[in-house]
Design a binder for this molecule. Sequence first.
Ligand SMILES: Cc1cc2nc3c(=O)[nH]c(=O)nc-3n(C[C@H](O)[C@H](O)[C@H](O)COP(=O)(O)OP(=O)(O)OC[C@H]3O[C@@H](n4cnc5c(N)ncnc54)[C@H](O)[C@@H]3O)c2cc1C
Length: 798
Amino acid sequence: MKDQYRVVVIGGGVVGASVLYHLAKFGWTDVALVERNVLTAGSSWHAAGGIHALNADPNMAALQAYTIDLLSEVEAESGIDIGLHMTGGITVACDPNRWEWLQGAYRTFQTIGIDDCHLMGVDEIKEKCPIISTDGIIGGLWADREGYVDTTGTVHAYARAAKKRGADVIEHNKVEELHWKGDHWQVVTEKGTIRAEHVVNAGGLWAKQCGRMVGLDLPVSPLSHHYFLTETIPELEQIDFEVPMTVDLEGFTYMRQDKKGILVGIYEVDHQHWMMDGAPWNYGIELLQEDTDRIENELMMAFDRYPALNEVGISDWVNGAFTFSPDGNPLVGPVESVPNYWLACGVMAGFLQGGGVGKTLAEWMIHGDTETDAWSMDIARYGPQHSNREYIKQTTGQFYSRRFVMTYPNEQLPAGRPLRMAPAHDAMTAAGCRWGQSWGLETPLYFAPQDFVETPSLNRSDAAPFVEAECKAVREAAGLLDITGFSRFEVYGPGAEAWLETIFATKLPKPGRSRLAVMLSPEGKLKGDLTLFNWGDGTWWIMGSYYLRQWHKRWFADHEGPNMILRDISDDVCGFSVAGPNAKAIMQSIQPELDLPFMGCATFDLGLLRCKVGRLSVTGEHGYEIHCRANEHIALRRMLLDAGAGHGLREVGFNALLSLRIEKSYGIWSAEFTQDRTAAMTGMDRWIDWQKPDFIGRDAAMKERDKGPDQVLVTLGLDSPDADCSGYEPVWSNGTRIGFTTSGAYGYTVGQSIAMAMVDRAYAEPGTDLSVHVVGIERQAKVLAPSPYDPDGKAMRG
Ligand SMILES: Cc1cc2nc3c(=O)[nH]c(=O)nc-3n(C[C@H](O)[C@H](O)[C@H](O)COP(=O)(O)OP(=O)(O)OC[C@H]3O[C@@H](n4cnc5c(N)ncnc54)[C@H](O)[C@@H]3O)c2cc1C
């Protein structure tokens, strides 16, 4: 062990070893992995080793596919046999909705390049997996890239391959303390102190404690998990191939062959947390006592699904713990307040995700950014409110128990809610509001009679008539929307303007004006689709998506400017928007002097309240955003509802907004706008001020402007009477895949299902005939001219 390294990776599980390997592979070879015990001594040694590319989250599916493709490379490079068995895999569906979902998922996988899969009937399932009972099975999805590995071999292979590239692996050496010394870390270990530029927390079951060493309370908890191994199954002795990795979603089990028996793992409905603060330090290579009573139902289903289990004995039980974050995805990346401290933890499926996690983190550390959008595993998707123990317990438990349960796009899950509510929440609930949530804040979806219960569905929801009525109100009269669920940053000080000029690619709005503002990374990728307000008194607001608050804060902190102050005022400010042809009359009935130009903004007295008002709306109508102090939220709502009573004002939710905005071809973050797309691809380049001499991402954006992007964002009109796109559906031209959808909704004003899609530039002309698979069924589509509703923007500007 040296006393100085560029990077110290804490933890010798599969994730730490993969991080070490990728750092060395990408050129940082002065790196060391420090392991408390021996390699694999956490969750890794007793994992079932199952690998499969399919995941309901397309980003995670791509990450898993990368990991699986990498495994044989690491095996070859290290010279260690990792026991790779690529048996292929089957996911079976017994429920008609699940079967419908699998058909849609199959198309999503095509979109992200997992082409080696196909839908299969019951006969093929039986042929590929003779030991399965097909009772109740409707169909399945086959994927080539599935199988299993030897877990210990895999961890050692990553470590050996890293060592071959110059990395060090130090076992039997616990990291005890971490101290930031202004320009480096002092890593205090049992065997001495190491000076390191960077530290990676890949502490697995102990990640929580390794976070606390630097004052972090990470949203992660271990849960226990069972699998069992059987004695030899005679049927398996008689066939000359291995049965595939098989997932029975409705039975909560996965199964793979193990020698001539099988391994069956169970996602227990009655889940159990274990050591929520992290495993004890003296916990070693050991197991928990199995608890078969708790998993009795799942076991009975497994015995029905694989009848041979009734004939042979169980040879071994494994009940071990592994970690989960609230949404089940890894916790990766830098932490805003702790310099050069990186996370690679909360990885619940290290053997199928660890490769991708290692690659992503190594890119981030070395290049300052990742090749692909890392949002779904970025630690910045969580804020301080998510460190609450009860929140972690409810959400991680919910994820675990629902691991194989299908979540519908219109389904709201209960764990960790309600956590944050705007003051008018209860009054809005009494008015029939149905709530979603964003970053822990309850946000209105739509309003309906109290006795209405929405049916979870992959197709257009039975709540559509309520959403339609809300859209109609906005287009024909006025709609009132609670806009508390946005982030608001206040910027001021002598250096504020200069800082904004650098951080935004957009021309800054003049005093009393607002503007849509684009933020780019140095590589020209999107970093934000924000709205800038210049209040004219030296104060600016940056307004964006509420759930991106922490992410934007980290970006702002990383690019801090001199002589300016940035305050996150999102928790202090609430608001409503009023939009529609009657919006002006409503506002002027409260404040006759309120006569803002389009995109104007100013402070007004509205009744007893002093509010900041901007004249803009993503509905495409004449509209106002009205911001008040949090404790004025109830009064503002009452005042606006009273003023709007004679003008047809109706409360609306974000489901209506999603429909209204897509009729205007307005993109939103996480759908049209993501970190792996550029301004030119998404049309955001029209907000770039090319005259500005300097802003982050200028050179890259200029280069792209000259060359033109390969893919562009278009609006599609679909012939789809019963379902709308939700994103990642493949877009076809005469059987060739030429793009994918980014989002979709029914456009109630234009009377058509609308989607936005990224397509190859050659197919972007309005009028081009295409097709799209929506919930697995191919539908005709046509490229529309942008903004199918009011293309000239008369309603909005008038
Ligand atoms: C029963 C079971 C079955 C599973 N099946 C699968 C499967 O089929 N496929 C799959 O992909 N995943 C599976 N998993 C999950 C998988 O095991 C984990 O996702 C994976 O092992 C996590 O790896 P890790 O490196 O993050 O953590 P760990 O394996 O827990 O490694 C963390 C390491 O960090 C070390 N460490 C911690 N703190 C310190 C410190 N302060 N100083 C030095 N060292 C420290 C620990 O000793 C440990 O070795 C299963 C898990 C269980 C329990």
